[in-house]
Every structure is written in structure tokens, then in C-alpha cells.
Design a protein around this ligand. Structure first.
Ligand code: MIC
Ligand code: SF4
Length: 640
């Protein structure tokens, strides 16, 4: 067996290892973050259990920590009260980005982790099977239910040779994205092997598994080896180490070979993470801002490299350099060894240990500005500046460019910087509050911005409605439900946040949808890629959307639609997409009878055509739709 199959089979509750068939997997650990966590704990409350049933569940606060207005602070207070009430560890504001802290303090090789954030696969760098999902799936896992997913195909990415000088882990995953695209990983796990693995530390492996999310992959995983043991030992957690490797000669569904010794520094151009070229091909373009941080590249070694490059120099006058360390542990280490002073002396603006600019919480670039970022997503508008251009790079390229003021190949700097992994990290878990002993009936503390969950309804016999919006390929959840500090503050208030749905595509959409009493959405390939935010399903639900007709769907978003009773349908013939115009009236009849037999048809009143559609839903997902959403199903189950 390969490593993916080994971990899945040791957690398999239902199904078999045939790719494409639905399996149920036992979940050992869960994580949530503030922007998805408020919903997840409201959902857990609705399920009706007093306490989580997982081995470990952690609630992080890292996405929106600006606390502009009371809404955000109220959410954090609610999350702290929910963690105490339901038996969940609470990582306080300022303690760091969920994925970085989870890697440092909680991740365990061979275990499963489900997180309400699409970059949960970061912990795959430790040999975990770590999967991102919507809040309701995570709430369900906290309630002790297994996680359902289609058994992925396993792609073996074989890393050959030693990375060329100045080639970073980021360049390796950018190369994978260049080759496979943002759709290339859908329905697959990326499993890394080969002699090149030994050259990568756990945080470097985590950079690669983190950005496997941008491939659309179910997850990515590295073996657990001597580097894993050393990392866990440095975290004071050697007891959590187990060695894990695929069996010799294990079979894979696909193989990708990458020679690390011939790679060059790479860069993703606006506005997609797979729009990758060599840094040298675009060197010399002016840069207005450089952001170093995010769950992709904010580890100790990342920032030590940056400090070494910047030491004794000053940031170019045309550049604003902002740095957000990934965790309090990283920041403490930099503070005590002097590297923080090197960063500050060089003119870096140090931000809180949080997601920050990555999700548009502060530091929006200037109009038409060019921002070089070490983060993972460069979707249009995500930075908060509609016409900014975001480029994705390694820490080395970011630091070199911040000094030069133009996009710079780090190889121009001469000898590469070498940073050794420390033997011990400054471990201090006092900003992580363990849950109290079971027994006490603690309150959930809610501010006025926290509104009840919207209720899904059982699938109707017939859906009839206007095509309220027709969009193209690769529509992201940032298009459907934008982030940024102002909108993130509304994550626990669905009526209010819904008024921002699709506004970057069509500002009139929310009002038109409400006025029409709801309708239907039409999308292209890979609809709903990106974030796990279930608000991208909850807002359309609130606005009355009944069905989404697309060429293909991204995994997490499709499950989120199902969880809230919205029907995801796929064109049987992609050419029918071209026949539909925004404003057409569509009718889908005999749904309850035709869904289980996959014989659904959609009639277009304007063109008079009937389109055969199919779905890729499992029997379980059909049952959820017929029942009116997962919450109704699970809630009933939990009550007996
Ligand atoms: C993201 O990077 O898009 C986010 C913000 O972390 C999201 C979660 C969210 O929208 O709250 C994700 O990746 O799932
Ligand atoms: Fe946070 Fe950005 Fe990572 Fe999402 S991608 S978890 S917003 S740092």
C-alpha cells in the first residue's frame, strides 16, 4: 500500500479503497478558525451534544483579529466560551495561524485531522492525513461521526536530487501547480516520495502540502522519517513520532517526477496560483508591496532566511515590506536570537501572528499596485484592492525583491543563505487554554451580531427559477463570498453577510436575488475552488438560490452546497452551458424521483431546449438533500 492508503485503511469506517467511491474515515483531531468557527460551534450546538467526541479538537483565532467594531471581539469571546463548554482547546488571539500552530504543537504522524479551513493539509508535512472541509462537516466530526469523502486517487510526486541553490519548498509546489493546474488535484491525494524528501525539513514539507489546496487536491502527504522525528523532538513531542513510509513498490494512480536540482526560483503571476513562470522571466518589474507570512511561509526557518537576507540593509523606498510571523513560537525565537531586530532595522513592518493581509485583513496594496506575497492565493480582489496584482513567491524571492524594489531572482544575491533547524524550539503553550474537566454546564456567550443559523428545507419536487448569474471557469469562493476585515466581521451574521455575495462579480446580485425570490446559478469548470467557507453556500441559501448548474465543482464547496440543501448539478454535455443566458428561466422537474436514478433534466423556457444533467452525488449526499441538509440528519441522529 502507499502511505495514503495505509492511513485511510487504519481509519476506514465504511467503504473500500476504490478511487471515486465514497468512504467514511474516522477523525482523530479537528481544528477550526474564527472565520469558520463561529458557524461550526453554532452547528455543534444545534447537533445537541454536550462535548466533543474526538481525541483532540482545537479552536484557533487567527483570521480576523483587527477588532474594528465590536462584532469581531464578540466572535472571539463566543469562540472562547464555546471551546470551554464543548471540551475544545482554545488557541488565543496572537498565538498564531492555525496551521502553523497545529504543525508545531498538535499534529501527529499517521493520524487524521479535519479542519474548517482549506489549508488544513499543511499538517500532511508531518505525515498526517489532514483534510479541509466546511464547518458543518467539522462539527459533525466533533460529534463523533466519521468524515465522508470520495476515495481519492493517489498521485506519487517523486522528488529527485537536491534542490538547486536558492530553490525553496515554495518553488517546488509552484512547479507542481505549473504542471498540474488549479484543477489538477481534484479527487486526488498528492503523496511525496523520493530521495529529495530528505532535503526538506517538516516546515518546508508543510509549505508544499499547504499549497496542495491550490491544486484542488483532497490532501497532500509526506512520509514520516528522521526529519519528522527531529522536528517533533525539537517541539518536545518526540513521543508523538512514528515512522511511516509507503510499502516498497507501492502502486500509485499517477506519477509525477520532479528533478529538484534543475528547478529555478518560480513565481505565480496574477490572478491564479497556477499561472507560474520563472522569476527570471519577469525580473525587473516594479514592486509596491512585499508581504511575508501566511500559513504557507511563516515558519522559523522561513523568517530566519528573510532576516539573513535583509540584515544590515534597508527596504527599497518604493516598497512597503510587511511581515507576519506564523506563530508566537516563531516570533519568540526571532526575538531571542536577534533576527527580529534585523528585520525591524531593515524597515520591515511587523504584524501580529495571524493571517492578516493574506485574507485582505489590512495592508491592501495601492491602486494598481504590485504586491509580492509568500502566501498561497492571488485571486483577483482578495487583497482588498480590486485592481492590485498579486504575485506568489518564496521568502527568498520576496526578501530579495523588497531590497531591490523590483522583482528579483534571489540567485542574484550570491551565495545562498543556510539556516539550520534548531534543536529545540521555545515551547510555551500558555496561550492555548485547555478545556475544563467535563461536568460543568458553561454558558455560550453571544453578542448581538451573532444570528441564528439559516434553515435549509427538504428538496422540492420541482425547482423553477431565473438564472440570476452566469459565471465562467475557476470561480473561487472569494468571488462568491469575499473576505477582508469588514466582511469577515459578519461571518456569524448570515443575513448581513449575504448582502456581499458575488458583489465583485455583480454588485446588484444580492438585491436581484432577493427581489426575484431566489433562483439558479450557472457556473463553468471547477466552480467554488479555494476556501472551505460554508458562507459561500449559506449566503446563496439565504438569498433563495435553489440549485447550481456547473461544468464541474470543487470538492469542499460541493459538499457545503449539499450540507445546506442546495442542489449541485453538472452539465452532461458541456456545450449546453453555452446555450444558457443570464435571465433565462429554467425548470427542473420530478427531482425527488429523478435524483436517485441520475436522470434529472433541465428545461430552458427561452430556447425551448432540455439539457440532460448528471450529478456526482453519493447515495448519502442524495439523502442529505432529500432530508433538507446535514444538520437535520445529524441532529436527529444525535438525539437518538
Ligand atoms: C482562505 O485562505 O481563503 C481562508 C480564509 O483561510 C479560508 C477559510 C475562510 O474563508 O474562513 C479557507 O481557506 O478555507
Ligand atoms: Fe489564513 Fe491565508 Fe492561510 Fe487562509 S491561506 S489560513 S487566510 S494564512
Amino acid at each position: 500500500m502507499n502511505l495514503t492508503q495505509k492511513i485511510i485503511s487504519s481509519h476506514l469506517v465504511e467503504g473500500n479503497l476504490t478511487p471515486g467511491e465514497e468512504i467514511a474515515v474516522k477523525i482523530d483531531q479537528t481544528l477550526t478558525q474564527d472565520a469558520t468557527g463561529t458557524m461550526a460551534y453554532l452547528e455543534f450546538e444545534a447537533i445537541g451534544l454536550p462535548r466533543v467526541k474526538t481525541e483532540l479538537s482545537v479552536s484557533y483565532v487567527d483570521h480576523n483579529t483587527l477588532q474594528v467594531g465590536f462584532e469581531n471581539a464578540d466572535d472571539h469571546r463566543f469562540l472562547q466560551s464555546a471551546a470551554a463548554k464543548f471540551g475544545v482547546y482554545f488557541s488565543r488571539m496572537g498565538n498564531g495561524i492555525c496551521h502553523q500552530v497545529h504543525l508545531e504543537r498538535f499534529g501527529k504522524p499517521g493520524q487524521t485531522l479535519l479542519g474548517s479551513d482549506s489549508h488544513t493539509p499543511t499538517s500532511g508535512g508531518l505525515g498526517m492525513l489532514a483534510i479541509g472541509a466546511g464547518g458543518l462537516d467539522v462539527a459533525t466530526a466533533m460529534a463523533g461521526y466519521p468524515f465522508y469523502v470520495k476515495m481519492p486517487g493517489v498521485v506519487n510526486i517523486r522528488l529527485h536530487g537536491q534542490p538547486a541553490p536558492w530553490v525553496a519548498a515554495k518553488d517546488i509546489i509552484l512547479e507542481v501547480l505549473r504542471r498540474l493546474s488549479v484543477k489538477g488535484g481534484v479527487g486526488k491525494v498528492m503523496e511525496y516520495t523520493g530521495e529529495g524528501v530528505a532535503y526538506l525539513s517538516v516546515p518546508e514539507r508543510a509549505t508544499i502540502t499547504n499549497m496542495g489546496a491550490e491544486l484542488g487536491a483532497t490532501t497532500s502527504v509526506f512520509p514520516s522519517d528522521e526529519a519528522t522525528r527531529l522536528f517533533l523532538a525539537a517541539q518536545g513531542r518526540e513521543q508523538d513520532f512514528v515512522a511511516l513510509q509507503p510499502d516498497p513498490g507501492a502502486a500509485y494512480d499517477e506519477v509525477v517526477d520532479i528533478d529538484l536540482s534543475t528547478l529555478e526560483p518560480l513565481i505565480a503571476l496574477p490572478h491564479m496560483p497556477d499561472n507560474v513562470v520563472k522569476v527570471s522571466a519577469v525580473a525587473g518589474r516594479r514592486v509596491n508591496q512585499v508581504f511575508i507570512g501566511s500559513c504557507t511561509n511563516s515558519s522559523y526557518t522561513d523568517l530566519m532566511k528573510v532576516a539573513a537576507i535583509l540584515k544590515g540593509q534597508i527596504v527599497n523606498p518604493g516598497v512597503s515590506l510587511v511581515i507576519a510571523p506564523g506563530s508566537r513560537q516563531v516570533l519568540t525565537a526571532l526575538a531571542s536570537n536577534g533576527a527580529l531586530a534585523d528585520l525591524v532595522n531593515a524597515g520591515a513592518r511587523i504584524l501580529e501572528c495571524a493571517c492578516g493581509p493574506c485574507v485582505g485583513v489590512g495592508q491592501s496594496p495601492v491602486s494598481s499596485g504590485i504586491s509580492l506575497r509568500t502566501s498561497n492565493r492571488n485571486f483577483e480582489g482578495r487583497s482588498g484592492t480590486a485592481d492590485a496584482e498579486i504575485y506568489l513567491v518564496s521568502c527568498e524571492t520576496a526578501a530579495a525583491s523588497a531590497l531591490a524594489g523590483v522583482i528579483t531572482d534571489p540567485r542574484d544575491l550570491g551565495d545562498p543563505v543556510q539556516i539550520a533547524m534548531p534543536e529545540t524550539f521555545p515551547v510555551d503553550d500558555r496561550m492555548i487554554i485547555p478545556p475544563p474537566e467535563p461536568g460543568a454546564d458553561l454558558p455560550l456567550v453571544m453578542g448581538p451580531n451573532i444570528k441564528p443559523l439559516p434553515v435549509a428545507t427538504p428538496l422540492a419536487e420541482q425547482i423553477e427559477g431565473e438564472v440570476l448569474l452566469k459565471v465562467g471557469d475557476n470561480i473561487t469562493t472569494d468571488h462568491i463570498m469575499p473576505a477582508g476585515a469588514k466582511i469577515l466581521a459578519l461571518r456569524s451574521n448570515i443575513p448581513a453577510i449575504s448582502m456581499h455575495c458575488f458583489i465583485s462579480v455583480d454588485p446588484t446580485f444580492p438585491e436581484r436575488a432577493l427581489a426575484a425570490g431566489g433562483g439558479i446559478l450557472v457556473g463553468g469548470l471547477n466552480y467554488g475552488q479555494g476556501s472551505s467557507r460554508e458562507h459561500a453556500a449559506l449566503a446563496p441559501l439565504y438569498l433563495g438560490i435553489k440549485a447550481v448548474l456547473a461544468k464541474t465543482f470543487a470538492r469542499i464547496h460541493m459538499q457545503n452546497l449539499v450540507n445546506f440543501g442546495l442542489l449541485p448539478l453538472v452539465f452532461a454535455d458541456e456545450a449546453d452551458y453555452d446555450d444558457i443566458k443570464q435571465g433565462d428561466r429554467l425548470t427542473i422537474e420530478d427531482l425527488r424521483a429523478n435524483l436517485p436514478t441520475n436522470t434529472v433534466q433541465v428545461r430552458n423556457a427561452r430556447s425551448g431546449k432540455t439539457y440532460p444533467v448528471k450529478h456526482t452525488l453519493s447515495g448519502r449526499q442524495i439523502d442529505i438533500l432529500l432530508a433538507g441538509g446535514l444538520l437535520i440528519q445529524v441532529g436527529d441522529g444525535a438525539k437518538g
